[in-house]
Write a protein that binds this ligand. Structure first.
Ligand code: BES
Ligand code: MN
Ligand code: ZN
Length: 491
């Protein structure tokens, strides 16, 4: 499992620059103005930074880019990373700059001379987010573990205090990425539950409901998905009670299909290996709960995840079978590959019955259709409540996590009508992501504000992003964390 890059806050002392080893980053504006440490480094390196600034190429360098001067004269450092950065920055721009430094450093020791720049905390968060590699299955790497990053600040202890809650969120993001990147033979339902259970150590209340418990509760649609697998189906409940005693919680509900073969409606072989990320929704819920606990959020939040594996077998559910949900509605299973909604509908119902939540947000890698619609840039956002939805969209935008609202409506819901049961689990090809959301909405009680996030396109991607190497992104942890602090946290 990966751990956060160790980050250490030190006094800003440009006089010590000549003796610093590893990589050293200094700040220069796009107009070519050097801060104190940059001026010192320039003097030590006999004008190397000044020559960079005067070069033709420098005119093309934009704010946020890094120009590396390797083995600079007059310094012990192996590289002088000149971070070109405007003085006025948005938090996301500052994070991207930090992420750039981290990707240039690639795990080598790094000192960043932030001085008294504003947004130094966001820059630090960017370093932490990008300082991630999923290497637990690479044997015989002779690479050293991630080296320490030093942030040299004029106010190191203030900055450290400001960064603490941000780094807690970064830990949550890394947990989500680890879960999503993990192959399905390692991250079984049992192992997933164990990793959630470990979070008792940071103050979460955790319960694991086993098959017999789920049977008693009547969660037949959830159980029907897992019945072809040798891995037992489970529901994990994580509670963080940091808010007022009587305040109704926010409920976060996640799809945790540890592997989705499609079941008897088997998926084609090409690309099936990607379905190891089909527990992405549950991964975001677990990572968000970790972040909230680590930063001791003053809010009541409960996370519930349905952990199942969708396999074909002699015991597997068949197309045409009818099962009864915990709510009592019956579902005709037309396609066993539309399994996520069958898991979520029971967990959503249970969450509302047990916790009477103030709002419910579910996350799921639910449909391939959302990737056709929105690609890998935006998650699909579906909601019955404009105020909650707008608050979420605002939080996602502030965190640089793409999110785009999609419609709901009766005509879409009608596509789910079944000849023999209360509903079918698929509504045909048109508007596949919307009919999936309509299916879920049938399990949302009147008056409960609800958001469904279809994260199939954003949970794991095939190329590097600003904040993560290719693979799991951790999308959603930061937006949800911000929504909690904006709307659910007492001052
Ligand atoms: N887990 C998939 C959706 C998915 C596809 C996630 C691609 C990530 C990347 C989901 O369970 C599924 O199979 N959905 C079907 C629904 C269909 C049978 C109605 C789909 O999207 O094809
Ligand atoms: Mn499926
Ligand atoms: Zn699935």
């Amino acid at each position: 499992m990966s751990s956060l890059t160790p980050i250490h806050f030190a006094d800003y002392d440009p006089k010590a620059l000549s003796g610093m080893t590893g990589r050293v980053a200094v700040l220069v504006t796009p107009e070519g103005s050097m801060d104190q440490a940059a001026r010192t480094a320039n003097r030590l390196s006999k004008g190397a930074i000044a020559r960079l600034i005067e070069s033709d190429g420098f005119k093309k360098v934009k704010s946020g880019q890094v120009v590396s001067i390797t083995w600079p004269a007059g310094m012990q450092a192996e590289a002088l990373d000149v971070l070109v950065l405007s003085r006025k920055l948005t938090p996301v721009e500052a994070r991207k700059a930090g992420a750039k430094l981290a990707s240039v450093a690639a795990g080598k020791p790094l000192t960043v001379m932030v001085g008294n720049m504003n947004k130094a905390a966001d820059l630090t968060l960017g370093i932490a987010l990008r300082g991630y590699e999923f290497e637990s299955h690479k044997t015989a790497t002779d690479e050293a573990p991630r080296a320490e990053v030093t942030i040299a600040s004029k106010v190191p202890s203030d900055l450290e205090a400001t960064c603490a809650p941000l780094l807690a969120v970064a830990e949550g993001v890394h947990m989500t990425r680890d879960l999503v990147n993990e192959p399905a033979n390692v991250l079984t339902t049992t192992e997933f539950a164990r990793r959630i259970d470990e979070m008792k150590a940071i103050g979460l209340e955790v319960e694991i409901l086993e098959e017999a418990d789920l049977e008693k509760l009547g969660m037949r649609t959830l159980l029907s998905v897992g019945q072809g697998s040798d891995s037992p189906s489970k529901v994990a409940v994580m509670q963080w009670n940091g808010g007022a005693k009587d305040a109704a919680p926010l409920a976060l509900v996640g799809k945790g299909v540890v592997f989705d073969t499609g079941g008897i409606s088997l998926k084609p072989a090409g690309g099936m290996e990607d379905m190891t990320m089909d527990m992405g929704g549950a991964g975001v819920v677990a990572g968000t709960m970790k972040a909230l606990a680590l930063r001791k959020a003053k809010a009541n939040v409960v996370g519930l995840v349905g952990l199942v594996e969708n396999m074909p077998s002699g015991n597997a559910i068949r197309p045409g079978d009818v099962v009864k949900s915990m709510k009592g509605d019956t579902v005709e299973i037309i396609n066993t590959d539309a399994e996520g909604r069958l898991v979520l509908c029971d967990v959503l119902w249970y969450a509302q019955e047990r916790f009477k939540p103030a709002a419910v947000i579910d996350l799921a890698t639910l449909t391939g259709a959302i990737i056709i619609g929105l690609g890998h840039e935006n998650a699909g956002v579906f909601s019955n409540d404009d105020a909650l939805c707008n608050a979420f969209l605002k939080a996602a935008n502030a965190e640089g996590e793409g999110a785009w609202r999609m419609p709901l409506g009766k005509a879409y819901d009608d596509q789910l009508k079944s000849r023999i049961a209360d509903m079918k689990n698929v509504g045909g090809r048109p508007a596949g992501s919307i009919t999936a959301a309509q299916f879920l909405q049938r399990f949302i009680q009147d008056g409960v504000p609800w958001i469904h996030l279809d994260i199939a396109g954003v949970a794991s991607v095939k190329s590097d992003t600003d904040f993560a190497p290719k693979g799991a992104t951790g999308w959603g942890v930061m937006a949800l964390n911000r929504l909690v602090s904006d709307k659910f946290e007492a001052e």
